[in-house]
Design a protein around this ligand. Structure first.
Ligand SMILES: Cc1cc2nc3c(=O)[nH]c(=O)nc-3n(C[C@H](O)[C@H](O)[C@H](O)COP(=O)(O)OP(=O)(O)OC[C@H]3O[C@@H](n4cnc5c(N)ncnc54)[C@H](O)[C@@H]3O)c2cc1C
Length: 389
């Protein structure tokens, strides 16, 4: 295995192959979809056919049997090429819950079909309109009744629900007032959207500032077979922790890709754009923000690699996953600002794509976990300070 942050030959091969695939999806492809807020169906199909969406699925179920470290490289490269993996990245981190906590029967039922690209597991539903970041207070309930769970409630900000066959749902199976601990009584269910839509489940799109296939989802007595429960009833919060760590690491990798894209574009422009008789990149006022952002992207990238390494080794990685997400999101946002500034007026022109990527990378200060919540985690769990919320 290569030292942390160094790429193995497999990593280089993966990077080259993903770069090659992304060449078929140039800036214009993403720009046109962005204007229409349309889903990148052809891109997701190409990634699936090339096997990348089955990166984390073990070989015995038809996948590549690789780790979060390799998945991170794939997502980074997509973003570095100017694309956006948000259309499909969730399959990589949702998968972990099924892999680590699902039954053998569930794995045999779903994983081979996902590996073949016949089934999409792209939607993950936790957030609710009245609960915010306080996940243990979610109100969506799943009540057991005659071999089924009956689900009632509402989820918001659920990405890709209209482009997925399955949804990993977090719901309360025991009411809070019957429990000692708020972290208990939550369960994870696999909802088959193909059956549920029109049978109590309604999906409504939300148009956001970037192209993100976002929705709100309403459950009115949606029936889910009890065999779709992942792991043990009531232990869902603990299963979520693995998923959230993988999500943070993978989205941090996308931020690294964004950061590199911004800096490559900004430096190319700064070398060519001549004002006052010399390239603007000759001015230290233009160079320094780019150089500082570059240093921060590189540092964040090491933390992403470290977190991925720990995750794949099944070692505790909560602190590293959170720090990777914090540092990478900050570095990509810093690079985005430096890139807009370097481009001057052209930074605002759609045809340069900087403004599109700027809108896209802004999300990662808020989702999948906001910067403040990461800082509270570090303060409490790493620095041993009193819990602030
Ligand atoms: C485009 C997009 C896609 C998303 N996709 C999904 C998805 O697929 N599935 C899903 O379940 N969710 C999804 N989300 C939801 C996302 O995870 C939440 O928006 C995010 O976790 C923040 O929660 P909130 O919006 O409820 O903000 P709130 O919790 O209401 O927080 C609002 C602000 O207050 C701050 N704040 C709150 N409490 C504290 C505190 N104690 N100390 C300091 N600051 C605090 C927060 O940092 C934040 O800045 C998505 C969101 C967006 C915008």
């Amino acid at each position: 295995m290569a030292p942390i942050g160094e790429k193995s030959e497999l990593h280089h091969q993966l990077q080259r192959a993903v770069r090659e695939l992304c060449r078929n999806f140039p800036d214009r492809y993403w720009r046109e979809l962005d204007a229409k807020r349309a889903y990148p169906e052809e891109f997701v199909e190409a990634l699936t056919r090339a096997g990348y969406m089955a990166t984390l699925i073990p070989e015995e179920y038809g996948g590549a049997g690789l780790g979060v470290g390799e998945a991170a490289l794939i997502l980074e490269e997509i973003h570095r090429s100017g694309g956006n993996a948000a259309a499909c990245h969730a399959q990589m981190y949702i998968m972990g819950t099924l892999l680590r906590h699902g039954s053998e029967a569930q794995k045999r039922q779903y994983l081979p079909a996902i590996s073949r690209g016949d089934l999409r597991l792209q939607a993950f539903a936790v957030s609710e309109p009245t609960t915010g970041s306080d996940t243990t207070r979610i109100k969506t309930s799943a009540t057991r009744n005659n071999g089924k769970y009956v689900v009632k409630g509402q989820k918001i900000w659920i990405s890709r629900a209209q482009h997925s066959d399955l949804m990993l749902l977090v719901a309360r199976t025991t009411p809070l007032d019957k429990l000692q601990k708020r972290t208990e009584g939550l369960s994870v269910l696999l909802v088959d959207l193909r059956q549920a839509v029109g049978h109590g489940l309604t999906i409504r799109p939300i148009r956001t500032m970037m192209n993100h296939a976002n929705t709100e989802v309403f459950f009115e007595d949606v029936e889910v077979p009890t065999e779709n429960l992942i792991g043990e009833e009531g232990q869902g919060f603990f299963y979520l922790l693995d998923l959230l760590n993988a999500e943070r690491i993978l989205i941090a990798a996308e931020c690294i890709g964004d950061g590199r894209w911004f800096l490559e574009r900004a430096c190319a422009y700064a070398r060519e754009r001549v004002v006052f008789g010399r390239p603007i990149g000759q001015n230290q006022g233009v160079q320094f923000p780019l150089a500082r952002a570059y240093a921060n992207v590189e540092a964040a990238s090491l933390m992403v690699a470290r977190a991925a390494h720990l995750f794949d080794a099944h070692e505790p990685c909560g602190a590293q996953a959170n720090m990777a997400k914090l540092l990478a999101a900050d570095a990509s946002w810093e690079s985005a600002n430096a890139a807009v500034q370097t481009h001057g007026g052209f930074g605002f022109a759609e045809e340069y794509d900087v403004e599109r990527k700027f809108r896209e990378t802004r999300l990662y200060q808020v989702a999948p976990v906001s910067t403040n919540l990461i800082l509270t985690y570090i303060a409490e769990h790493v620095l041993g300070l009193p819990r602030s919320y």
